[in-house]
Design a protein around this ligand. Structure first.
Ligand code: SF4
Ligand code: ZN
Length: 303
């Protein structure tokens, strides 16, 4: 039988990484993985000694892999999980986070959206005339920002990876949605005292690499996607990129990092105005989250 040799240690390699022209054994792969996280943190100045870092964990492979890697690297984070109240899926997600917390020997705080908002997301969606995911995303962001403000954190990490960001970029480039394109930047700056800096330390790693890491580290992640996910279009861009990558290893990285190289940085376009209810930036009198929530409450009270 033909064995592959590890590019780094010359031991037996089990992991093929054509986009980097590497073959690695599991130990060297772990080293490689953490190196990529470290490089992202450095290159984009994601954190410093003053950072009080929150880590939102969903229970999926990306956020759990990030939690594992940062912990091993000695980077203190405060892990929290937003319980969206979406029946079985939310129960399973919270359980994955709790299992991971136990495995790591670290705490995770389960933050119930209902306790923050007074309503379940399902009640907010009802009669809002908006798509489930659009409402869910707005409320999720709002609760996360409030949690972070209440806990005096100034940085939040998310598990967005290279595949997420490259597919999003591709879609946004096709339709020239420039405002959205700016949000695919690996770091979004802090709005002093109001909104945390948002960072994406997994930006140099793709789905395959993260799955491989999760398998090696035996991470208890939830494999199911949210049953309400309507990510169909993003999925098409993802598979298109996957197909290109198969034939032209490295093309995803070229697309994403090539774009970053030629496009300066994220532009700050945080509105000056503050929501009368929650105090977060908005272009209107009341932000869209508070608008959705108060409309849903009015509707329930009418009944
Ligand atoms: Fe919410 Fe949609 Fe994400 Fe499910 S897929 S968690 S409904 S935004
Ligand atoms: Zn508000």
């Amino acid at each position: 039988k033909n064995t592959m040799k590890c590019t780094r240690c010359k031991g037996e390699a089990t992991i093929r990484m054509p986009s980097h022209n590497l073959r690695l054994c599991t130990d060297c792969f772990e080293f490689y993985f953490k190196r990529q996280v470290e490089k992202a943190l450095k290159k984009f100045n994601m954190i410093n000694l003053e950072s009080r870092i929150g880590l939102g964990v969903s229970g999926g492979k990306d956020s759990l892999a990030l939690w594992q890697a940062l912990t091993e690297m000695g980077i203190e984070t405060r892990a929290f999980h937003l319980d969206l109240g979406l029946e079985d899926f939310s129960v399973a997600s919270a359980n994955a986070c709790l299992a991971m917390a136990e495995q790591l020997g670290r705490p995770v705080e389960i933050v119930k959206v209902k306790e923050y908002v007074g309503l379940n997301i399902i009640d907010v969606v009802r009669g809002s005339h908006r798509q489930f995911c659009s409402v869910c995303g707005t409320i999720k962001r709002h609760v996360m920002n409030r949690y972070v403000r209440d806990n005096n954190l100034n940085v939040v990490c998310s598990g967005h990876n290279l595949d997420d960001e490259a597919s999003r970029l591709l879609g946004n480039l096709i339709y020239q949605r420039n405002d959205y394109i700016k949000r695919t930047w690996p770091v979004l700056p802090e709005t002093e005292g109001i909104l945390p800096k948002k960072i994406k330390p997994l930006i140099r790693l793709d789905n395959y690499e993260i799955k491989t890491y999760a398998r090696i580290k035996k991470l208890p992640y939830l494999k199911d996607d949210c049953p309400r996910s309507r990510g169909a279009t993003l999925h098409y861009y993802g598979s298109a990129l996957h197909q290109l990558e198969d034939n032209m290893p490295g093309i995803k990285r070229n697309l994403y990092f090539g774009y970053l190289k030629t496009n300066g940085g994220p532009s700050e376009d945080t509105p000056e105005n503050r929501c009368e209810i929650c105090g977060f930036p908005t272009r209107m009198k009341i932000c869209s989250a508070c608008g959705l929530i108060s409309k849903a409450k009015d509707r329930l009270n009418e009944k």
